[in-house]
Design a protein around this ligand. Sequence first.
Ligand code: 5AD
Ligand code: FES
Length: 352
Amino acid sequence: MDKEFKLIIDDVNGTKQISKDQLKYVLECEGEDNEEYLFEAARAVAEQIYRRDIYLRGLVEFTNYCKNDCYYCGIRHGNVNAKRYRLTEEEILGCCDMGETLGFKTFVLQGGEDPYFTDDRICQIVQKIKERHPSCAVTLSIGEKSYESYKRFYDAGATRYLLRHETADNEHYSLLHPAAMSGENRKRCLYNLKEIGFQVGCGIMVGTPYQTIDHIYEDIVFMQELKPQMIGIGPFIAHKDTPFCDEPNGSVNWTLRLLSVLRLLFPKVLLPATTALGTADVMGREKGILAGANVLMPNLSPVNVRGKYLLYDGKICTGEEAAECNVCLRNRIERIGYHVADSRGDHPDFVK
Ligand code: 5AD
Ligand code: FES
Protein backbone atom coordinates (compact mmCIF):
# COMPACT_ATOMS: atom_id res chain seq x y z
CA MET A 1 0.00 0.00 0.00
CA ASP A 2 1.05 3.58 -0.63
CA LYS A 3 2.45 4.89 2.66
CA GLU A 4 1.46 8.48 2.00
CA PHE A 5 -2.11 7.45 1.21
CA LYS A 6 -2.46 5.60 4.51
CA LEU A 7 -0.99 8.55 6.43
CA ILE A 8 -3.50 10.90 4.81
CA ILE A 9 -6.47 8.67 5.58
CA ASP A 10 -5.38 8.28 9.20
CA ASP A 11 -4.88 12.03 9.48
CA VAL A 12 -8.27 12.88 7.95
CA ASN A 13 -9.92 10.28 10.15
CA GLY A 14 -8.26 11.68 13.27
CA THR A 15 -8.60 15.42 12.63
CA LYS A 16 -11.89 15.46 10.67
CA GLN A 17 -10.20 17.93 8.33
CA ILE A 18 -8.79 17.58 4.85
CA SER A 19 -6.55 19.90 2.84
CA LYS A 20 -6.88 20.46 -0.87
CA ASP A 21 -3.66 18.54 -1.51
CA GLN A 22 -4.84 15.64 0.59
CA LEU A 23 -8.16 15.51 -1.26
CA LYS A 24 -6.31 15.52 -4.56
CA TYR A 25 -4.08 12.69 -3.42
CA VAL A 26 -6.97 10.61 -2.13
CA LEU A 27 -8.96 10.97 -5.33
CA GLU A 28 -6.08 10.47 -7.74
CA CYS A 29 -3.88 7.85 -6.09
CA GLU A 30 -4.54 4.54 -7.81
CA GLY A 31 -4.37 1.05 -6.37
CA GLU A 32 -6.99 -1.25 -4.99
CA ASP A 33 -5.37 -1.74 -1.63
CA ASN A 34 -5.29 2.03 -1.06
CA GLU A 35 -8.92 2.26 -1.94
CA GLU A 36 -9.82 -0.64 0.31
CA TYR A 37 -8.03 1.03 3.21
CA LEU A 38 -10.11 4.18 2.68
CA PHE A 39 -13.40 2.28 2.33
CA GLU A 40 -12.68 0.21 5.41
CA ALA A 41 -11.88 3.27 7.51
CA ALA A 42 -15.15 4.90 6.39
CA ARG A 43 -17.15 1.73 7.08
CA ALA A 44 -15.70 1.53 10.56
CA VAL A 45 -16.73 5.13 11.29
CA ALA A 46 -20.27 4.51 10.00
CA GLU A 47 -20.50 1.31 12.00
CA GLN A 48 -19.48 3.03 15.22
CA ILE A 49 -22.44 5.37 14.92
CA TYR A 50 -25.05 3.46 12.98
CA ARG A 51 -23.92 -0.16 13.46
CA ARG A 52 -24.75 -1.91 10.22
CA ASP A 53 -28.18 -0.32 9.99
CA ILE A 54 -29.39 1.01 6.66
CA TYR A 55 -32.27 3.50 6.52
CA LEU A 56 -34.80 3.29 3.73
CA ARG A 57 -36.47 6.47 2.49
CA GLY A 58 -39.46 5.96 0.22
CA LEU A 59 -39.19 8.32 -2.73
CA VAL A 60 -42.39 9.66 -4.32
CA GLU A 61 -41.59 11.43 -7.58
CA PHE A 62 -44.85 13.32 -7.74
CA THR A 63 -44.32 15.69 -10.68
CA ASN A 64 -41.83 15.96 -13.51
CA TYR A 65 -43.02 19.41 -14.62
CA CYS A 66 -40.25 21.91 -13.97
CA LYS A 67 -39.93 25.59 -14.67
CA ASN A 68 -36.13 25.46 -14.49
CA ASP A 69 -33.72 24.59 -17.24
CA CYS A 70 -30.67 23.07 -15.55
CA TYR A 71 -28.32 21.96 -18.31
CA TYR A 72 -27.76 18.47 -16.86
CA CYS A 73 -31.31 17.47 -16.01
CA GLY A 74 -33.64 15.35 -18.14
CA ILE A 75 -36.82 16.99 -16.81
CA ARG A 76 -35.64 20.51 -17.58
CA HIS A 77 -38.31 22.80 -18.96
CA GLY A 78 -36.66 22.92 -22.37
CA ASN A 79 -36.81 19.17 -22.92
CA VAL A 80 -39.82 18.87 -25.20
CA ASN A 81 -39.36 15.10 -25.41
CA ALA A 82 -40.10 14.58 -21.71
CA LYS A 83 -43.57 13.12 -21.17
CA ARG A 84 -44.95 15.20 -18.34
CA TYR A 85 -47.09 13.95 -15.46
CA ARG A 86 -48.38 14.99 -12.07
CA LEU A 87 -49.68 12.63 -9.41
CA THR A 88 -52.96 13.55 -7.77
CA GLU A 89 -53.15 14.04 -4.03
CA GLU A 90 -54.87 10.65 -3.76
CA GLU A 91 -52.09 8.98 -5.72
CA ILE A 92 -49.41 10.58 -3.52
CA LEU A 93 -51.23 9.45 -0.38
CA GLY A 94 -51.60 5.98 -1.89
CA CYS A 95 -47.82 5.77 -2.42
CA CYS A 96 -47.24 6.63 1.23
CA ASP A 97 -49.78 4.03 2.37
CA MET A 98 -47.92 1.47 0.28
CA GLY A 99 -44.66 2.71 1.78
CA GLU A 100 -45.90 2.21 5.31
CA THR A 101 -47.04 -1.32 4.43
CA LEU A 102 -43.51 -2.00 3.18
CA GLY A 103 -42.06 -0.76 6.46
CA PHE A 104 -40.80 2.69 5.46
CA LYS A 105 -40.69 5.40 8.15
CA THR A 106 -39.78 8.28 5.86
CA PHE A 107 -41.44 9.58 2.72
CA VAL A 108 -39.56 11.87 0.41
CA LEU A 109 -41.76 13.96 -1.87
CA GLN A 110 -39.58 14.94 -4.79
CA GLY A 111 -40.53 16.87 -7.89
CA GLY A 112 -39.50 19.45 -10.40
CA GLU A 113 -40.23 23.08 -9.59
CA ASP A 114 -43.85 22.84 -10.67
CA PRO A 115 -45.98 25.97 -10.14
CA TYR A 116 -49.14 23.83 -10.09
CA PHE A 117 -48.06 22.63 -6.65
CA THR A 118 -48.59 25.88 -4.77
CA ASP A 119 -47.61 26.21 -1.13
CA ASP A 120 -51.25 25.57 -0.18
CA ARG A 121 -51.32 22.32 -2.11
CA ILE A 122 -47.97 21.16 -0.72
CA CYS A 123 -49.02 22.00 2.85
CA GLN A 124 -52.28 20.15 2.46
CA ILE A 125 -50.50 17.04 1.15
CA VAL A 126 -47.94 17.15 3.96
CA GLN A 127 -50.69 17.52 6.57
CA LYS A 128 -52.64 14.61 5.17
CA ILE A 129 -49.59 12.36 5.13
CA LYS A 130 -48.85 13.28 8.75
CA GLU A 131 -52.46 12.59 9.74
CA ARG A 132 -52.36 9.15 8.17
CA HIS A 133 -48.82 8.28 9.24
CA PRO A 134 -48.11 10.35 12.37
CA SER A 135 -44.93 8.51 13.32
CA CYS A 136 -43.35 8.84 9.87
CA ALA A 137 -41.09 11.66 8.74
CA VAL A 138 -41.97 13.73 5.67
CA THR A 139 -39.06 15.02 3.60
CA LEU A 140 -39.54 17.56 0.82
CA SER A 141 -37.31 17.91 -2.22
CA ILE A 142 -39.02 20.51 -4.38
CA GLY A 143 -36.36 23.08 -5.02
CA GLU A 144 -35.80 26.74 -4.28
CA LYS A 145 -38.57 28.59 -2.42
CA SER A 146 -38.84 31.66 -0.24
CA TYR A 147 -38.14 31.62 3.49
CA GLU A 148 -41.88 32.04 4.08
CA SER A 149 -42.78 29.05 1.92
CA TYR A 150 -40.23 26.86 3.67
CA LYS A 151 -41.62 28.00 7.02
CA ARG A 152 -45.12 27.04 5.96
CA PHE A 153 -43.97 23.57 4.88
CA TYR A 154 -42.26 23.13 8.22
CA ASP A 155 -45.33 24.23 10.15
CA ALA A 156 -47.41 21.79 8.08
CA GLY A 157 -45.27 18.93 9.39
CA ALA A 158 -42.34 18.45 7.00
CA THR A 159 -39.13 18.19 9.06
CA ARG A 160 -36.52 17.40 6.43
CA TYR A 161 -35.57 19.03 3.13
CA LEU A 162 -33.25 17.89 0.38
CA LEU A 163 -31.73 20.51 -1.89
CA ARG A 164 -28.43 19.64 -3.45
CA HIS A 165 -26.27 22.74 -3.81
CA GLU A 166 -24.82 21.08 -6.97
CA THR A 167 -21.58 23.06 -6.65
CA ALA A 168 -20.47 25.61 -4.07
CA ASP A 169 -18.51 27.55 -6.66
CA ASN A 170 -20.74 30.29 -8.09
CA GLU A 171 -18.90 30.39 -11.39
CA HIS A 172 -19.14 26.64 -11.84
CA TYR A 173 -22.80 26.89 -10.84
CA SER A 174 -23.40 29.33 -13.66
CA LEU A 175 -21.92 26.84 -16.14
CA LEU A 176 -24.48 24.23 -15.08
CA HIS A 177 -27.54 26.49 -14.91
CA PRO A 178 -29.13 29.28 -16.92
CA ALA A 179 -28.71 32.87 -15.77
CA ALA A 180 -32.07 32.84 -13.97
CA MET A 181 -30.53 30.65 -11.27
CA SER A 182 -27.60 31.41 -8.99
CA GLY A 183 -25.35 29.55 -6.62
CA GLU A 184 -25.85 32.34 -4.13
CA ASN A 185 -29.59 31.83 -3.99
CA ARG A 186 -29.15 28.09 -3.76
CA LYS A 187 -26.93 28.44 -0.72
CA ARG A 188 -29.22 31.02 0.84
CA CYS A 189 -32.10 28.54 0.55
CA LEU A 190 -30.08 25.95 2.43
CA TYR A 191 -29.24 28.35 5.25
CA ASN A 192 -32.89 29.40 5.45
CA LEU A 193 -33.99 25.79 5.73
CA LYS A 194 -31.52 25.21 8.53
CA GLU A 195 -32.59 28.31 10.37
CA ILE A 196 -36.24 27.21 10.26
CA GLY A 197 -35.27 23.92 11.86
CA PHE A 198 -35.30 21.42 9.02
CA GLN A 199 -32.87 18.55 8.89
CA VAL A 200 -31.18 19.57 5.69
CA GLY A 201 -29.57 17.61 2.90
CA CYS A 202 -27.23 19.24 0.39
CA GLY A 203 -24.99 17.57 -2.15
CA ILE A 204 -23.39 17.44 -5.54
CA MET A 205 -22.98 15.31 -8.62
CA VAL A 206 -19.49 13.94 -9.15
CA GLY A 207 -18.04 14.61 -12.57
CA THR A 208 -20.31 17.36 -13.84
CA PRO A 209 -18.91 19.26 -16.83
CA TYR A 210 -16.15 21.74 -15.87
CA GLN A 211 -15.87 20.31 -12.34
CA THR A 212 -12.34 20.32 -10.90
CA ILE A 213 -10.90 18.97 -7.65
CA ASP A 214 -10.73 22.58 -6.48
CA HIS A 215 -14.51 22.72 -6.82
CA ILE A 216 -14.98 19.52 -4.84
CA TYR A 217 -12.72 20.99 -2.19
CA GLU A 218 -14.89 24.12 -2.11
CA ASP A 219 -17.92 21.85 -1.73
CA ILE A 220 -16.35 20.26 1.32
CA VAL A 221 -15.54 23.67 2.83
CA PHE A 222 -19.13 24.78 2.20
CA MET A 223 -20.51 21.64 3.81
CA GLN A 224 -18.26 22.10 6.84
CA GLU A 225 -19.82 25.52 7.27
CA LEU A 226 -23.43 24.51 6.56
CA LYS A 227 -23.25 21.33 8.65
CA PRO A 228 -25.99 19.47 6.81
CA GLN A 229 -27.65 16.43 8.38
CA MET A 230 -27.62 14.65 5.02
CA ILE A 231 -25.32 14.72 1.99
CA GLY A 232 -26.50 13.28 -1.32
CA ILE A 233 -23.87 12.57 -3.95
CA GLY A 234 -23.95 10.52 -7.12
CA PRO A 235 -22.14 10.45 -10.44
CA PHE A 236 -23.24 12.82 -13.19
CA ILE A 237 -24.91 10.76 -15.93
CA ALA A 238 -25.59 12.42 -19.28
CA HIS A 239 -29.19 12.65 -20.48
CA LYS A 240 -29.64 12.48 -24.25
CA ASP A 241 -32.06 15.42 -24.49
CA THR A 242 -30.00 17.96 -22.57
CA PRO A 243 -27.22 20.38 -23.53
CA PHE A 244 -24.80 18.02 -21.73
CA CYS A 245 -25.81 15.00 -23.83
CA ASP A 246 -22.29 14.43 -25.14
CA GLU A 247 -20.47 15.00 -21.88
CA PRO A 248 -18.71 12.04 -20.23
CA ASN A 249 -20.34 10.49 -17.17
CA GLY A 250 -18.88 11.03 -13.73
CA SER A 251 -16.63 8.39 -12.24
CA VAL A 252 -18.12 5.72 -9.97
CA ASN A 253 -14.77 5.30 -8.34
CA TRP A 254 -14.46 8.98 -7.45
CA THR A 255 -18.01 8.95 -6.14
CA LEU A 256 -17.15 6.05 -3.84
CA ARG A 257 -13.94 7.69 -2.66
CA LEU A 258 -15.76 10.93 -2.02
CA LEU A 259 -18.47 9.09 -0.07
CA SER A 260 -15.75 7.66 2.16
CA VAL A 261 -14.05 11.02 2.61
CA LEU A 262 -17.39 12.56 3.59
CA ARG A 263 -18.03 9.76 6.09
CA LEU A 264 -14.62 10.42 7.68
CA LEU A 265 -15.23 14.19 7.81
CA PHE A 266 -18.88 13.97 8.90
CA PRO A 267 -19.16 10.79 10.97
CA LYS A 268 -22.84 11.21 11.83
CA VAL A 269 -24.12 12.49 8.50
CA LEU A 270 -26.85 10.54 6.69
CA LEU A 271 -25.29 9.45 3.45
CA PRO A 272 -27.32 7.78 0.69
CA ALA A 273 -25.98 5.33 -1.84
CA THR A 274 -27.96 6.98 -4.62
CA THR A 275 -29.95 5.64 -7.54
CA ALA A 276 -27.51 7.36 -9.91
CA LEU A 277 -24.71 5.34 -8.32
CA GLY A 278 -26.79 2.19 -8.81
CA THR A 279 -27.37 3.20 -12.42
CA ALA A 280 -23.72 3.84 -13.22
CA ASP A 281 -22.70 0.47 -11.75
CA VAL A 282 -24.94 -2.56 -11.20
CA MET A 283 -23.42 -3.01 -7.74
CA GLY A 284 -23.12 0.73 -7.11
CA ARG A 285 -25.49 0.86 -4.16
CA GLU A 286 -23.76 -2.04 -2.42
CA LYS A 287 -20.38 -0.47 -3.12
CA GLY A 288 -21.68 2.81 -1.70
CA ILE A 289 -22.69 1.16 1.56
CA LEU A 290 -19.32 -0.56 1.75
CA ALA A 291 -17.72 2.88 1.28
CA GLY A 292 -19.63 4.33 4.25
CA ALA A 293 -23.14 5.18 3.02
CA ASN A 294 -26.05 4.30 5.31
CA VAL A 295 -29.22 5.32 3.43
CA LEU A 296 -31.06 3.96 0.39
CA MET A 297 -33.93 5.70 -1.34
CA PRO A 298 -36.17 3.16 -3.05
CA ASN A 299 -38.79 4.42 -5.42
CA LEU A 300 -42.44 4.41 -4.30
CA SER A 301 -43.84 6.09 -7.40
CA PRO A 302 -46.47 4.18 -9.39
CA VAL A 303 -44.91 2.08 -12.15
CA ASN A 304 -46.85 3.90 -14.88
CA VAL A 305 -44.95 7.16 -14.21
CA ARG A 306 -41.53 5.80 -13.25
CA GLY A 307 -40.21 5.80 -16.78
CA LYS A 308 -41.04 9.50 -17.02
CA TYR A 309 -39.04 10.79 -14.06
CA LEU A 310 -35.78 10.50 -15.91
CA LEU A 311 -33.16 12.97 -14.74
CA TYR A 312 -30.47 10.96 -16.57
CA ASP A 313 -30.25 8.07 -19.05
CA GLY A 314 -30.52 4.42 -18.05
CA LYS A 315 -32.16 4.93 -14.66
CA ILE A 316 -32.69 1.65 -12.78
CA CYS A 317 -35.93 0.35 -11.24
CA THR A 318 -38.23 2.04 -13.74
CA GLY A 319 -40.10 -1.24 -14.42
CA GLU A 320 -40.37 -2.60 -10.90
CA GLU A 321 -43.29 -2.24 -8.50
CA ALA A 322 -42.48 -0.72 -5.09
CA ALA A 323 -42.92 -4.14 -3.48
CA GLU A 324 -40.42 -5.70 -5.89
CA CYS A 325 -37.77 -3.07 -5.21
CA ASN A 326 -38.40 -3.47 -1.52
CA VAL A 327 -37.65 -7.21 -1.58
CA CYS A 328 -34.75 -6.72 -3.97
CA LEU A 329 -33.14 -4.01 -1.85
CA ARG A 330 -33.56 -5.84 1.43
CA ASN A 331 -31.87 -8.88 -0.11
CA ARG A 332 -29.06 -6.78 -1.49
CA ILE A 333 -28.49 -5.18 1.90
CA GLU A 334 -28.45 -8.51 3.70
CA ARG A 335 -26.15 -10.11 1.18
CA ILE A 336 -23.42 -7.67 2.12
CA GLY A 337 -23.93 -8.17 5.85
CA TYR A 338 -26.07 -5.12 6.62
CA HIS A 339 -29.72 -4.85 7.67
CA VAL A 340 -32.63 -2.49 7.27
CA ALA A 341 -33.21 -0.34 10.34
CA ASP A 342 -36.75 -0.08 11.59
CA SER A 343 -36.45 3.33 13.23
CA ARG A 344 -37.05 6.66 11.48
CA GLY A 345 -33.39 7.43 11.20
CA ASP A 346 -33.24 11.06 12.25
CA HIS A 347 -29.79 12.58 12.52
CA PRO A 348 -28.38 11.52 15.92
CA ASP A 349 -27.96 15.14 17.11
CA PHE A 350 -31.51 16.00 16.22
CA VAL A 351 -33.81 16.57 19.16
CA LYS A 352 -37.37 17.14 18.14
N1 5AD B 1 -27.05 12.88 -13.54
C1 5AD B 1 -26.96 12.61 -12.23
N2 5AD B 1 -27.71 13.26 -11.30
C2 5AD B 1 -28.57 14.19 -11.74
N3 5AD B 1 -29.39 15.00 -11.06
C3 5AD B 1 -30.07 15.76 -11.96
N4 5AD B 1 -29.68 15.46 -13.20
C4 5AD B 1 -28.74 14.50 -13.09
C5 5AD B 1 -27.91 13.80 -14.01
N5 5AD B 1 -27.98 14.04 -15.33
C6 5AD B 1 -29.42 15.11 -9.60
C7 5AD B 1 -29.18 16.56 -9.17
C8 5AD B 1 -30.47 16.90 -8.44
C9 5AD B 1 -30.96 15.54 -8.01
C10 5AD B 1 -32.40 15.47 -7.70
O1 5AD B 1 -30.64 14.70 -9.09
O2 5AD B 1 -28.06 16.65 -8.31
O3 5AD B 1 -30.29 17.77 -7.36
FE1 FES C 1 -35.52 -1.89 -7.63
FE2 FES C 1 -33.68 -3.89 -7.17
S1 FES C 1 -34.05 -2.08 -6.08
S2 FES C 1 -35.31 -3.82 -8.60
